[in-house]
Design a protein around this ligand. Structure first.
Ligand code: SF4
Length: 245
């Protein structure tokens, strides 16, 4: 690996990722994981300790968590779970009823439509709904990712969340906070799409860092590198960051 000076100059991309991961780990993993009411036990959407935690639960929770707060998506998840139990019945349920149940988390009719499509596809392709999505596990990482992205309503971030949090596979999801950080740190260029950013991260993040870096970048985006008014003076990445400098 390339040698680096203090500002990170001379680091190759993997070296830069390792440096960022180490600094964020020092900053965030010494704190309790539930501090600041952040993003759930494993780093996205509702706390996975509060939901059942099967890959299907994670998929449904991630769909509900799009463009809303953790509290609202968790409430929507609970309402859906209380009404439909194992989610298999969602495929046949009335779309308006689902919309009403999950409306608290916003985009209710779109999310209801997508959930029906997703659960119908999983039931069809797995010959019944298996909450552990075992058939996906047999496909392997790349094929499972392609399969999930082929279902309307599942984008690359949601697919990556299912594989990372559901199967413990090293697939790096890029959410809005991480995307912003990557742009400011110069890891992706201006105009790079979210999908391309995720592909790049999956090419350069060492597998052993995927989970912790994903969680800590989201924490950092929420706490320090905010969308408006980033707190650069408090940032452990300042010397590595063209925007902060
Ligand atoms: S220095 Fe500022 S812009 Fe750069 S990563 Fe840190 S908070 Fe964000």
């Amino acid at each position: 690996m390339a040698e680096a000076n203090e500002s990170g100059a001379g680091l190759d991309e993997v070296g830069l990722i390792r440096t960022i991961a180490e600094r964020l780990k020092c900053r965030y993993e010494t704190k309790p994981r539930y501090d600041e009411g952040i993003i759930g036990e494993k780093g996205h959407g509702p706390s996975l300790s509060e939901i059942n935690g099967t890959p299907l639960d994670i998929l449904v929770a991630t769909v509900l968590s799009q463009a809303t707060t953790d509290e609202k998506s968790l409430l929507a998840y609970r309402r859906l779970k209380d009404r439909f139990g194992d989610f298999a019945r969602v495929a046949q349920a009335d779309e308006e009823e689902i919309t009403r149940l999950i409306g608290v988390c916003g985009l209710g009719s779109q999310k209801a439509r997508h959930l029906k499509v997703i659960i119908s596809a999983l039931k069809r392709d797995a010959d019944g709904l298996d909450p552990h999505l075992s058939f996906l596990k047999k496909l392997g990482k790349e094929e499972a990712f392609r399969y999930l992205c082929g279902i309307k309503g599942i984008g690359p971030k949601t697919a990556a969340c299912v594989l990372l949090f559901g199967f413990d596979w090293p697939v790096f999801p890029v959410d809005t906070h991480i995307y912003r950080l990557l742009g400011r740190l110069g890891i992706i260029g201006e105009g790079t799409s979210r999908t391309a950013a995720q592909s790049k991260m999956n090419a350069i993040v060492p597998p052993d860092l995927v989970l912790s870096l994903h969680v800590n970048m989201i924490r950092h985006g929420r706490a320090i590198c905010k969308s408006r008014k980033p707190k650069c003076a408090e940032c452990p990445l300042l010397d590595l960051c063209p925007v902060g400098r």
